[in-house]
Design a protein around this ligand. Structure first.
Ligand code: FES
Length: 174
């Protein structure tokens, strides 16, 4: 999907007093705003990061599509057509918050000096989920589109088990 196409899985406020069907409660908005970022296993099957930035809530798969990095520790930057991106702390890949697009730096002319670069999209790499706020409660509706997205790889039971094992081992070493 290109940046021009609709990638609207972003947050919204609901005037209705009911959460959307098939949505999952994440927490109180005030608590998420205070924390800045929260992670949660949603519906027993998906590790989701919900973050609050400049008045907006976003939700995406918690592990970076590249190699499973912890996006909850990533900085937020503005890089691509004015879009906000999260920068994975592991290898600095940039992912747009609204669309989950992976970005890369393209070079106009490799022989030109100095090199001129600009950001381009690799397409959607990170699964973005829909966030809804109802009366101060925040809900996530999982994006269950059948199209495979690279971050899906880190949402399997096998990965979760090995990730938890590695995490526990690291904590024991400290
Ligand atoms: S794991 Fe995120 S950039 Fe490599």
């Amino acid at each position: 999907m290109s940046s021009e196409e609709d990638t609207s899985q972003t947050s919204s406020s609901s005037s209705s007093s009911l959460p959307p069907p098939a949505s999952h409660f994440i927490g109180r908005k005030e608590d998420i705003v205070k924390a800045g970022r929260v992670t949660k296993l949603v519906n027993g099957c998906r590790d989701v990061l919900v973050l609050y930035h400049q008045g907006q809530l976003y939700a995406m798969d918690m592990h970076c599509y590249h190699s499973g990095g912890a996006l909850k520790n990533g900085d937020i930057e503005q890089e691509f057509n004015g879009l906000l991106c999260i920068v994975c702390p592991w290898h600095k890949y940039k992912i747009t918050l609204e669309g989950g697009e992976g970005l890369y730096q393209a070079v106009d002319d490799p022989l030109a000096k100095p090199l001129r670069t600009h950001w381009r999209s690799k397409g959607v790499k990170q699964r973005i989920h829909k966030v809804t706020e109802v009366n101060g409660d925040v809900f996530v509706t999982l994006n269950e589109s059948g199209e495979a997205i690279e971050s899906d790889v880190y949402q399997t039971e096998k990965y979760r088990t090995s990730f938890l094992k590695a995490k526990t081992k690291n904590e024991v070493r400290k």
